[in-house]
Design a binder for this molecule. Structure first.
Ligand code: G6P
Ligand code: MG
Length: 219
């Protein structure tokens, strides 16, 4: 029986991909590296350090560990400064309605994000009241596609994985949900999250009514 929901943050609750893009692009330009929206899309769900490694690989280059950390910190400063513009108007369409509905129906709700800036984003959105448990980039050491962040959320909610549905927009996030034995809802195109149990193009389509209709024997 489904008793809880675990939400990824970036790309599910709010669309930070554009802000991440601007910050990575600025760093890549300074380094003389190629970086475009296709590469940015590959960074969905993966940690900051893993993201730099993807960008390096795309440019057929390598960096010493200390330089890599320095660049990651620089990119993060740009990204964090850009979060100041985010307000409680910046939920993805449908996200706030779904979170509200889950509260009304009494489900347990956790955040399961790879971001170390999740607290800041939740504060900008004024979203803390929707979550019983916050799992972020500081909560576990193995990032997605490892299931650890979702297992952390389930454990804190005192639920088993098979009692939870994970919402994710990243390929690595759906991989993580499946690896942990969770039910999954993918938000985005077939080629990215087609391996989820259920997929919607947008959060606006992902209503509790639709989710219950699909997983009906589990409610
Ligand atoms: C999310 C985003 C990724 C980002 C990661 C780490 O999963 O989708 O693009 O790299 O969080 O975020 P952070 O805010 O810690 O750099
Ligand atoms: Mg995401």
């Amino acid at each position: 029986m489904i008793k809880g929901f675990i939400f990824d943050l970036d790309g599910v609750i709010t669309d930070t991909a554009a802000l991440h893009y601007v910050a990575w692009k600025k760093m890549a330009d300074e380094m003389g590296w190629a970086f475009d929206h296709d590469v940015n899309d590959k960074l969905r769900g993966i940690s900051r350090t893993d993201s730099i490694k993807v960008i390096l690989e795309h440019n057929n280059t390598t960096l010493e560990e200390h330089k890599l950390e320095e660049l990651a910190a620089k990119k993060n400063d740009i990204y964090v400064a850009s979060l100041e513009t985010m307000t409680s108007e910046d939920y993805l369409p449908g996200a706030k309605a779904l979170l509200t509905h889950l509260r009304t129906e009494g489900f347990a709700v956790a955040l399961g994000s790879a971001s170390k800036n999740a607290e800041k984003v939740l504060k900008q959105l004024n979203a803390n009241p929707y979550f019983d448990v916050i799992g972020d980039g500081h909560s576990v050491s193995n990032s997605k596609p490892a299931p650890d962040i979702f297992l952390f959320g389930a454990e804190k909610m005192k639920l088993q994985p098979e009692e939870c549905i994970v919402f994710e927009d990243a390929e690595s996030g759906i991989d993580a949900a499946k690896a942990g034995g969770f039910y999954s809802v993918g938000i985005g195109p077939e080629e990215r999250v087609g391996h989820a149990d259920l997929r919607f193009d947008t959060m606006e389509q992902a209503t509790l009514f639709e989710v219950k209709a699909y997983f009906k024997e589990l409610f």
